[in-house]
Design a protein around this ligand. Structure first.
Ligand SMILES: Cc1cc2nc3c(=O)[nH]c(=O)nc-3n(C[C@H](O)[C@H](O)[C@H](O)COP(=O)(O)O)c2cc1C
Length: 178
């Protein structure tokens, strides 16, 4: 008789879709060995955490913070999360810098995990995607300003995908070993 597959809930918090895209990539790779349910954080109430052995959360940063519903979800389910195998990754543009691209050096994931008082088994931080053409005028100007002062990509006619997929693959391998 074959071993029963471990069941994994993957929750993503996204505005422009890149966190979802990464979570779908993770889902596709993990589905060979695990039973997966993928949901946006907004719909997390649709599932019962008791049904899962593992929980993976991916969340992007906007103007300094992960979204409120990510804090709320962890706050509400901290005890259940602590009883499972868990992974969390943060997506932000600051992680494009080599000195800020690990869970130990990226200020957003450090600040976030401290604030929610939760220690996932696996942590990841990836550089995100900057799609200048699809941003509205105010956001485009704000991000351009930040990129000017932090020496980031500045051509507003371009889409910059800065994610290092080999790091995503490393996270997946760690989840497979959970
Ligand atoms: C309006 C806006 C604000 C952002 N604010 C930050 C920020 O404060 N720090 C940062 O490192 N990245 C910031 N980013 C970069 C996003 O985290 C990155 O684009 C990410 O890929 C977005 O993920 P999503 O598509 O899942 O929403 C911002 C992006 C936008 C469009």
């Amino acid at each position: 008789m074959g071993k029963e597959k471990s069941s994994v809930l993957i929750l993503y918090s996204t505005v422009d879709g890149h966190t979802k895209y990464i979570c779908e990539y993770i889902e596709n790779k993990l589905r060979k060995t695990k039973e997966i349910k993928l949901l946006p954080m907004e719909n997390s109430h649709e599932c019962n955490l008791d049904d899962f052995n593992e929980v993976v959360i991916g969340a992007s940063v906007r103007y300094g913070y992960h979204r409120k519903n990510v804090y709320e979800f962890i706050d509400k389910n901290r005890e259940a999360l602590n009883s499972k195998k868990t992974a969390f990754f943060s997506l932000n543009l600051t992680a494009r810098k080599e000195e800020k691209n690990t869970p130990e050096t990226n200020p957003y994931i450090i600040k976030f995990l401290k604030k929610v008082n939760w220690e996932p088994n696996i942590k990841g931080v990836f550089a995100g995607r900057l799609d200048y053409p699809s941003l509205d005028c105010a956001n485009k100007l704000a991000i351009l300003f930040i990129m000017v002062i932090t020496n980031g990509p500045k051509d507003i006619s371009q889409v910059y995908e800065l994610t290092d997929w080999s790091k995503v693959d490393e996270l997946i391998k760690s989840i497979e070993r959970l």
